[in-house]
Write a protein of this length. Structure first.
Length: 247
């Protein structure tokens, strides 16, 4: 039973770091040590968003508005953590500035043109893609789990871009933890969507997350908390768009 207690602690730690949900945790793990909890925390966020979507449908709210409410619920539950990372990454990585200046932009609380446009596109693409899905509730659970399931892999296979900050403090996940995280994220997707759609969503979301990681590596030499947030957002967007193409 020890492994169950360990998994519960990892999930509680992941929920503490990745959401605004109230979790009583006296001694949280280092973030990297909670890798297996990432996709489960994602499934929890997706489940809350799915509940909002289902209630909106029951209330007779039009699909597009219901989808926007569900996406908004996910933003509220996470405290816009990943959206903030996406905006900062867009402002920094597409600024054409030096590595040092990009890292300064990441720490600037102000939002620029690229960041604002990235947020508009993120909310818009996720909402419109979700509104086309027959079983949007299942898709939300799957996509949120998948997107967070890739983050430990990115943390394991790159180095933090600077010596301080969230990324450096989080530590490096163990190889086993990264495999568990990816596997659990995929397992949640299979249960929610079925094998075929889950494979499509997993492949596209992984490609999107890896694409952000590659850009951060080229511009910064590694990742930051902001680029991880951007990777999560792009993985969500990619997976929802991929699912929207299915008949």
């Amino acid at each position: 039973m020890d492994w169950i207690a360990t998994l519960r602690l990892e999930l509680a730690t992941a929920v503490t770091f990745l959401t605004r949900l109230p979790v009583r945790l006296e001694t949280p793990l280092a973030l990297a040590a909670a890798s297996r909890g990432f996709p489960l925390a994602g499934a929890l966020v997706g489940g809350i968003a799915a509940a909002v979507l289902a209630l909106a449908h029951l209330a007779g709210i039009p699909p597009l508005v219901a989808a926007l409410l569900a996406v908004g619920a996910g933003v509220v539950v996470t405290g816009a953590l990943h959206e903030d990372g996406l905006a900062d990454s867009a402002d920094g990585l597409f600024s054409g500035r030096s590595r040092e200046r990009i890292l300064e932009i990441f720490r600037d609380s102000r939002i620029g043109t690229f960041g604002a446009l990235a947020l508009i596109l993120s909310i818009g693409l996720r909402t419109t893609a979700l509104a086309t899905l027959i079983d949007g509730a299942a898709a939300l659970i799957a996509v949120h789990a998948l997107a967070r399931g890739w983050l430990p892999w990115l943390m394991r296979n790159d180095m933090p871009a600077r010596a301080d900050g969230l990324a450096a403090e989080a530590g490096q996940p163990a190889a086993e933890g990264t495999l568990w995280a990816a596997g659990l994220g995929f397992a949640v997707a299979v249960v929610a969507l079925g094998p075929g759609p889950a494979i499509l969503a997993a492949a596209v979301s992984a490609a999107c997350a890896l694409g952000v990681a590659a850009l951060a590596r080229r511009r910064l030499g590694g990742y930051t908390g902001d680029t991880l947030g951007a990777a999560e957002q792009m993985a969500e967007i990619g997976a929802l768009l991929a699912l929207s193409t299915l008949p």
